[in-house]
Write a protein that binds this ligand. Structure first.
Ligand code: F6R
Length: 251
């Protein structure tokens, strides 16, 4: 079963079965890999994306795809964590995706959270995305506070890659992953404008904890207090939900 709803330019789809959601989201990626010679893919981390990356790495060959000519840019990274830190998003991406697909590691990019010069780092990350002609397909999760990447409530929609002070709500949600260690209070994130410059966007939200924020999105009000609400007017955004996150769309 699938329920669809269009809200201005964006398209919400609620899936009854989790596997159908994963398969459907993966098809956007597989289609891009097959149709574009040098595709540029924007990636997210977090709980939502673990099953997705598992699905991708287990199935891409079956769908006749290769990542050999693909370039990836991740949305964000914690400030102060090196690539080898088990809590870093570099580590997450290697563990869940890059080590399991045929991508050239030198074509995978994440902001360098361990940089001693964060001002230069954020500008060079944004520049690198532009030099690659922007992102063809950006995958996004959503925070329970409506953040996309680490663009917390109140972020300017014109923002490009920048350093952000994480909100208390994000620190509370994510600190459970930092065992015996305080989590960083700052991160580097692509800005809202960087994200909105992507040619196509797929946002995935699963679980009951995302139900309230999805309802705010569905209300159609575009506000800095819900950074994900700026997606509603993006020219090509699909929001994929499981039946828990999309419960109020099912009726
Ligand atoms: C992570 C990111 C965040 C997460 C969001 C949801 O790279 O950009 O916006 O997508 O916090 O995280 P999960 O999936 O853990 O609920």
């Amino acid at each position: 079963m699938q329920i669809r709803k269009n809200l201005r330019n964006s398209n919400f789809i609620v899936f009854d079965k989790r596997n159908d959601l994963l398969e459907s989201a993966a098809k956007y990626l597989f289609k891009l890999l097959k149709s574009k010679r040098n595709p540029v893919i924007g990636l997210a981390t977090g709980n939502t994306f673990e099953p997705f990356y598992h699905y991708i790495s287990s199935n891409y060959k079956k769908f006749g795809c290769s990542f050999k000519n693909a370039t990836t840019f991740n949305l964000d990274e914690y400030v102060g964590l090196s690539e080898t830190d088990m809590n870093s998003y570099h580590y997450y991406m290697n563990a869940h995706l890059f080590s399991k697909i045929d991508i050239n590691p030198s074509n995978t990019f994440l902001p360098d959270g361990s940089s001693k010069d964060l001002k230069t780092e954020v500008l060079s990350y944004e520049k690198l995305i532009c030099e690659n002609n922007g992102i063809d397909l950006q995958f996004l999760g959503i925070g329970t506070n409506g953040h996309i990447g680490f663009n917390e409530p109140g972020t300017n929609p014109a923002s490009i890659t920048h350093v952000v002070d994480l909100s208390e709500s994000t620190i509370t949600t994510n600190s459970k992953y930092f065992k015996n260690k305080n989590m960083p209070r700052r991160a580097i994130t692509m800005g809202i404008s960087t994200i909105l410059s992507s040619k196509q966007i797929v946002l995935i939200a699963t679980g009951n904890s995302k139900r309230n924020i999805i309802n705010k999105l569905i209300s159609g009000k575009i506000t800095q207090e819900v950074p994900a609400s700026f997606l509603i007017d993006h020219k090509n955004t699909t929001i994929m939900l499981d039946k828990s996150a999309g419960k109020d769309l099912i009726g």
